[in-house]
Design a protein around this ligand. Structure first.
Ligand SMILES: Nc1ncnc2c1ncn2[C@@H]1O[C@H](COP(=O)(O)OP(=O)(O)OP(=O)(O)O)[C@@H](O)[C@H]1O
Ligand SMILES: [Mg+2]
Length: 1107
């Protein structure tokens, strides 16, 4: 919203008050608060009437853009928010249109933003004044003079990184059209002491650092310089680098600017040579050397530096060396030469450096002036911009501060004079009665300083010129005598007893009550600084230099122009230049910019009340407001006033047809503003009190709100009506569309209903037709069926009749045949009676047999010997034949089966058959063995190397080789043994070693006993008295008992031709050595699973529990 508002007055959207004249109540606190409030809202500019207070924002604000320039261009001063551009515009237009020379006086303490302000003014004027190639070049030259002067005249101080160490006044000259023609710059009091010594945390002038950092090596070599700052005594090292400052880049900018301003190459070269010489001067050092007369004389320590300086400046080395050792005083044709001691030599060196530099600076200003001066002689309009140090109140104030504060007193004087003059002039112009204004006139202070007889500066000059010993103390004494009675002078030593006991005032100081506050000055150094002495020998040495610039800088060194008169003192020079400046300013219309520094930290956003308060005091800003408000606080031309407030009165709102003044009169009458509160001038209305203005503003605001409400009301009404009409129109459109839609829908519905009804009717009709057709069809069918039935009945009747007829015919035939047969049999019976019965019987029998065999052939069972199937017997009389046939068939197929066997298979089956004969139905173990093939050699003795010995011992064919358990006769426990059966022997061998334990020839085996149960125990009984029987019978157990017993039986039979007795009994006797032990098999428990266990019960009984 705020953006859309068009500003017509400074009073619009004010933060605090934009013009301090309107401050109510007016006091220091409200003044500071107003500044602070505005500062916090980024409003760094505030007016006191036409004076601009500028607070340094210490950051770049977006208020200096080309758009802003356009915004302020050609607008009235009070039309927009306070801005330095408004002041610049006002000044420029006044210069261009009213032919009034202008001056812009910018004051404030170090770092308050004076130089920046002056640049802003210049850039604004450059932006709004005429254009064209020539004009642009002038503008460019004027603007580019700034970087050059800043490089040589500015330095980093604790207060400001780019502090101007000189005062500057620049006149910009314009032609009648307002196009710039050129300019003239005046410089004031360069702080030259900085060349040789800088306070802590500060630097020398920028140019020294710029050369060393930015110049090419070649160039530095030419200048006999080195890049290293620390090589130079004159460069303060503790802050050689400044944050955010690029010295090298700045050097390029400066050289470029020098070129634009018009410096010739050789000039630039000379300038830098002088700068180099100054730098190198600082490196010259002295040492004392005793002389014959007993006095110390100074000598240069290292002449190398001196040599280089001389080479650089074209000075004869011996001349300069002498100038550093001697001082010649000429008086009335007499020349007296005295030697310098070391301290004096250093003083001389520094004085030379300071003079060289300050003269170089002045030369630069002159040279720039030459370039930028207007080329025509026509009358020029002038705008002066003064950027000069503001009031300075430090802890220690010296000669420089005294001079600066004097300058500020003079400026204040001008301010008062001009402000009052302007005020008065305006009153006269407007025809308003002038009332006396009470204000403090500081002329009395100016007089204290500059009075030609009794002024402090005059005293100082007098002291300096006086023969005899002159010190700062003698100067102070003099002051005490002369100025003691002055109201604004304070000193402990003065005759005036007022300050005798004032301990805050030391004896070596004096204090002046300046308009801006009391300042105490240290008297020390006043005389010296005022004298500003450079020994003549040095200036002469300089003049002799083979360097045109240096020569030009020291014209007094020319012996031809020798002037025995002392050169003017610094004080008197300054006084003179200030007087010139004042004269100059007095002829111009002043514009003031008062710069204020918000904090000591160079930081944005910080507003230090105490610091600002101090500045407000010494800038005399309150005083300023008071002077401004002395008569009428506010004035405004009739037209804008009427324009602004016309809405407050019915007659003037919305249009006043008559003259503006009459309108304002009507308006003020209507508002009943007391008559003493305002006056009507010729073109302006004057308002005495800000309160009245604020009342008007309040009324206006209120009225604006009412008007806004009215406008809003009308606007809302209009908006609602428009909206209503739009809605109505829309409603009709929607309704018509809806109706159409509804009708369409209704039509669709009717249409579909009609189709449905139609389809129902059609359906009904069709069904009706169908029904009729169906009926017709059914009638036809029924007729057909009836006809069919009828035909059927008729046919069946016919068939029945025909069948009856046929049956009768057949019966007749059968009866006939029987009858015939009977007749034949009766006839032939007498021929067949004897053998026909037997023949028929045989034939029938034969026939039946044939039939039986043919059937048998088809029903034969399979050829498997175990197939039990056999077809059933068909006739009883064939029973025995049938059984015989079955037996024969079985034998035949068994034979067939056996014929397939090989010899080996036959052998196996023989063995199996043997086993069957021996054990079937006798031993419970037998059935399990039927399916197991007999393998004989379970242990492969020949292949296992462990049994090589055993193998070798048995050379016959092994029939059985198997591990058996031999039951220990003592305890019934089992031990593993290898059981071997050969053709002739039974052998038992150790299972591990293969050693033969016993060998029994088959002839000695009498019997083998075993139980009838499901166990593998067996006893091998030996023939009594045989060789092997000594140890007794063997009681063994084997997993292949059936096979072993069978093979043992068969082998014995084939070898001995005797049948081995195999006894199957659950209790048998075994011969153990001498004893016979009964081995008894009992049905045991399942404790050990399925393994039979053997236990010795007593001497005679060994019990085997079989599961
Ligand atoms: N209007 C501004 N906007 C932004 N920064 C500013 C403005 N004015 C001043 N400054 C900042 O403050 C610094 C000091 O300003 P400037 O050099 O103008 O002070 P000065 O009053 O000339 O001080 P001195 O008396 O030491 O020369 C500038 O270098 C800049 O950084
Ligand atoms: Mg400055």
């Amino acid at each position: 919203m705020a953006k859309m508002e068009v500003k017509t007055s400074l009073l619009d959207n004010m933060i605090g008050v934009g013009d301090m004249v309107l401050l109510e109540p007016l006091n220091e606190d409200s003044f500071i608060n107003n500044l602070k409030k505005r500062f916090d809202h980024n409003e760094v500019y505030t007016y006191i009437g036409s004076v601009v207070i500028s607070i340094n924002p210490y950051r770049s604000l977006p208020i200096y853009t080309p758009e802003k320039v356009e915004e302020y261009r050609n607008r009235n001063f009070y039309e927009l928010s306070p801005h330095i551009f408004a002041l610049s515009d006002e000044a420029y237009r006044s210069l261009r249109d009213q032919d009034k020379d202008q001056c812009i006086l910018i004051t404030g303490e170090s770092g308050a933003g004076k130089t920046e302000a002056s640049k802003l003014v210049m850039s604004y004027v450059a932006a709004v004044c005429g254009k064209g190639a020539e004009v642009n070049q002038v503008k460019e030259q004027l603007l580019q003079s700034n970087p050059v002067l800043e490089a040589f005249g500015n330095a980093k101080t604790v207060r400001n990184d780019n502090s101007s160490r000189f005062g500057k006044y620049m006149d910009i000259e314009f032609d009648f059209k307002g196009d710039p023609l050129g300019g003239v710059i005046s410089n004031y009091l360069l702080e030259k002491s900085r060349v040789v010594k800088q306070p802590r945390g500060e630097r020398n002038f920028h140019i020294f650092y710029q050369i060393l950092s930015g110049a090419s090596e070649d160039f530095l070599c030419k200048l006999k310089l080195e890049q290293d700052f620390s090589r130079y005594n004159y460069l303060g090292l503790d802050s050689a680098k400044v944050n955010g400052v690029d010295d090298a880049a700045n050097f390029r900018t400066v050289r470029n600017a020098m070129q634009i301003v018009g410096f010739m190459d050789h000039e630039t070269q000379s300038v830098f040579e002088v700068v180099a010489a100054v730098l190198k001067l600082g490196n010259i050092e002295f040492k004392p050397e005793s002389r014959v007369n007993g006095l110390d004389e100074s000598k240069i320590k290292d002449k190398n530096e001196l040599k280089e300086i001389c080479e650089l400046t074209g000075i004869d080395q011996s001349v300069l060396e002498r100038a550093f050792s001697f001082r010649t005083v000429e008086a009335k044709q007499e020349k007296v030469s005295t030697t310098l001691n070391v301290a004096q030599a250093y003083y001389a060196r520094d004085a030379l450096a300071k003079n060289l530099y300050s003269r170089l600076f002045s030369w630069l200003v002159t040279r720039i002036n030459e370039s930028i001066k207007a080329q025509t002689k026509v009358r020029k309009k002038v705008m002066g911009v003064l950027d000069i140090y503001g009031f300075e109140i430090f802890e220690d104030n010296s000669f420089e501060q005294f001079i600066i504060n004097y300058c500020n007193e003079k400026l204040q004087q001008i301010f008062i004079e001009l402000t009052l003059k302007e005020e008065q002039e305006e009153y006269i112009r407007e025809g308003i009665e002038w009332t006396h204004i009470e204000y403090f006139n500081n002329a009395i202070i100016c007089d204290l300083i500059e009075n030609n007889q009794t002024g402090i500066l005059a005293m100082l000059d007098e002291e300096c010129l006086r023969p005899g010993t002159v010190t700062d103390d003698t100067f102070l004494e003099k002051l005490n005598q002369v100025c003691a009675t002055h109201q604004h002078f304070e000193s402990r030593m003065s005759k005036c007893s007022r300050f005798l006991n004032d301990t805050s005032l030391p004896h070596s100081c004096f204090r002046i009550q300046h308009y801006a506050g009391k300042v105490m000055y240290q008297v020390e150094g006043f005389v010296d600084k005022n004298n500003d002495l450079l020994y003549r020998d040095l200036s002469q040495a300089m003049w002799k230099a083979n360097h045109s610039l240096i020569k030009a800088l020291f014209p007094e060194g020319n012996p031809a122009k020798i002037n025995l008169k002392r050169p003017p003192t610094a004080g008197s020079q300054f006084k003179a230049s200030v007087a010139t400046l004042m004269k100059n300013l007095q002829t111009k219309n002043p514009n003031y910019i008062r710069c204020i520094k918000p904090n000591d930290k160079k930081a944005a956003h910080i507003f230090n009340d105490a610091l600002v308060c101090h500045q407000i005091r010494y800038l005399g800003l309150l005083e300023n407001v008071r002077v401004r408000r002395a008569g009428y606080a506010f004035r405004q031309a009739y037209e804008p006033c009427l324009e602004r407030y016309k809405m407050l009165c019915k007659q003037t709102w919305p249009h006043w047809r008559g003259p503006a003044r009459a309108g304002v009169e009507v308006l003020f009458n209507e508002l009943e503003i007391p008559e003493e509160e305002f006056s009507f001038g010729r073109s302006k209305i004057f308002i005495r009190n800000p309160r009245t203005l604020f009342k008007l503003e309040d009324l206006r605001k209120q009225r604006l709100e009412d008007l806004a409400t009215l406008i809003e009301k009308i606007y809302r009404g209009w908006k609602c009506r428009t909206r209503f009409l739009l809605m109505k129109k829309s409603q009709i459109v929607i309704a018509s569309w809806y109706r159409r839609y509804a009708q369409q829908k209704k039509y669709q519905k009717i249409k579909s209903s009609a189709i449905i009804v139609q389809s129902y009717i059609r359906g009904w009709k069709a069904r009706k037709l169908l029904r009729e057709l169906k009926h017709q069809k059914r009638c036809n069918e029924a007729a057909t069926i009836i006809a069919a039935y009828w035909h059927g009945t008729q046919a069946r009747r016919e068939l029945k009749r025909l069948k009856e007829e046929a049956r009768r015919k057949h019966a007749v035939a059968v009866i006939w045949a029987y009858w015939l047969g009977l007749k034949v049999r009766r006839e032939y019976r007498k021929f067949f009676r004897a053998n026909a019965g037997r023949k028929i019987y045989e034939f029938t029998l034969q026939r039946l047999m044939q039939k039986y065999f043919l059937e048998m052939k088809n029903k034969m069972p399979s050829l498997s010997p175990i197939d039990k199937n056999w077809p059933a017997r068909p006739y009883l009389f064939l029973d025995s034949t049938h059984k015989e046939l079955k037996r024969i068939f079985h034998l035949w197929r068994c034979k067939k089966y056996r014929d397939q066997f090989t010899d080996q298979q036959k052998l196996i089956y023989e063995e199996k058959l043997e086993a069957s004969e021996l054990f079937k139905d006798k031993k419970a173990l037998y059935p399990a063995s039927v399916g197991q093939p007999f393998q004989g050699a379970y242990l492969e003795i020949s292949k296992n190397p462990k049994y090589k010995k055993l193998k070798d011992a048995v050379d016959e064919k092994i029939i059985i080789a198997e591990v058996v358990n031999k039951i220990n006769r003592a305890n019934g426990k089992a031990t593993s043994r290898i059981f071997l059966l050969t053709k002739n022997n039974v052998l038992l061998a150790d299972q591990k070693s293969g050693n033969i334990k016993s060998e029994v020839p088959l002839g000695d085996v009498t019997k083998v006993s075993m139980s009838s149960q499901n166990d593998g125990f067996f006893a091998v009984h030996l023939k009594e008295g045989s060789g092997a029987a000594g140890k007794g019978d063997f009681l063994l157990s084997s997993d292949h008992l059936i096979e072993m017993a069978t093979k043992l039986y068969r082998t014995t039979l084939s070898q001995t031709k005797q049948k081995l007795n195999i006894e199957i009994s659950d209790e048998f006797l075994v011969q153990f050595r001498q004893d016979k032990v009964c081995v008894k098999f009992i049905q045991g428990s399942q404790k050990n699973g399925n393994i039979p266990t053997c236990k010795r019960k007593n001497n005679r009984l060994l019990e085997v529990a079989v599961p």
